[in-house]
Design a protein around this ligand. Structure first.
Ligand code: ZN
Length: 297
């Protein structure tokens, strides 16, 4: 099952750039012209945290890839078939629910598509940290490397099919949890991934095929994240694995889905052995569950 072409056609308006479709006569001409764009967005009823899959079909294979603009940000699309392109767009728990207006440009045309992203209630936790733990802020070194890693957009798609759980352990904290820290609401915080409980030393597996694009060690300044591995799956999709006791891969290495890449630990800021696993799309942490169940491809 795929999430790509199962959705309803969401195209609402067809406008040639620089022209106005003022009458139905013009409309007909435009709709039957050789430069129409067809846009489909999945899933049908997205909620905050979901990844939007935007599929674009053009009539001319020789033009540059279409782009998708939303909220002042422009995303390039990637070729997925003959005259077919796709961009994944993130949504997060920090955004307001409601209508997004997507502008799809390509093939000399601009297509405007409205997508309603509905609200979703995320669990809320109260966390109390000791003053010593609360004072640890992490290092510029680790944040610079992690931020650069999350922004990777490599053109080649390395993964196929659904992502697999990176650990056999039970899930202890789900995606999107909001928190009070020491009684104070953490405005910009949400749990950017899934926590799996597993004993120290248990294997950590690559969730999908990808290239090792980040290796960070506590001993070299990864105070907060602990020993860390980041995988680049291509086309703006990355996964990150934190608090490891051991790292079994090196940067640049290609790993297969399910391949051991390290071991569960409690390095960095961690209350006990567990794996924190995050999935990022274009730099934003999205809910990994649809990637595990549907296999956005
Ligand atoms: Zn976590």
């Amino acid at each position: 099952m795929t999430a790509d072409f199962d959705s309803v056609l969401m195209s609402k308006h067809r406008l040639r750039s620089g022209m106005v479709a003022a009458t139905s006569a013009i409309w007909t001409v435009l709709a039957s012209s050789a430069t129409a764009l067809e846009v489909r967005v999945a899933p049908d009823r997205p909620r905050l945290g979901d990844t939007l899959s935007v599929m674009v079909r053009t009539d001319d294979p020789d033009l540059p890839h279409p782009t998708v603009s939303v909220n002042g940000r422009t995303y390039e699309t990637f070729l997925v078939g003959t005259n077919r392109y796709r961009a994944f767009l993130p949504t997060t728990p920090l955004e307001a629910p409601g209508t997004r207006t997507l502008q799809v440009s390509g093939d000399g045309a601009v297509e405007t598509v409205s997508v309603v992203v509905s609200d979703r209630s995320f669990p809320i936790q109260e966390i109390w940290l000791s003053p010593e733990t609360n004072a640890i802020e992490g290092t510029d070194y680790e944040f610079d490397l992690v931020d650069a890693f999350k922004q990777l957009v490599s053109p080649e798609r390395l993964w196929t099919g659904p992502f697999r759980p990176p650990s056999d352990g039970p899930v202890t904290t789900v995606y999107g949890v909001r928190r009070y820290y020491n009684g104070e609401w953490a405005e910009n915080y949400y749990h950017r991934g899934i926590d799996y409980a597993a004993p120290a030393g248990a294997p950590v597996l690559a969730a999908a095929r990808g290239r090792v694009a980040l290796v960070g060690r506590e001993s070299q300044g990864f105070e907060l994240h602990g020993n860390t591995v980041g995988l680049d799956h291509g086309q703006g999709v990355t996964t990150i694995y934190l608090h490891l006791s051991r790292i079994d891969v090196r940067e640049g290495q290609l790993v297969e889905a399910g391949q051991p890449i390290g071991a569960v630990g409690s390095t960095g800021i961690s209350t006990g052995p567990h794996l924190h696993w995050g999935l990022y799309v274009r730099g934003e942490s999205v809910d990994p569950l649809p990637w595990q169940s549907l296999g956005l491809k």
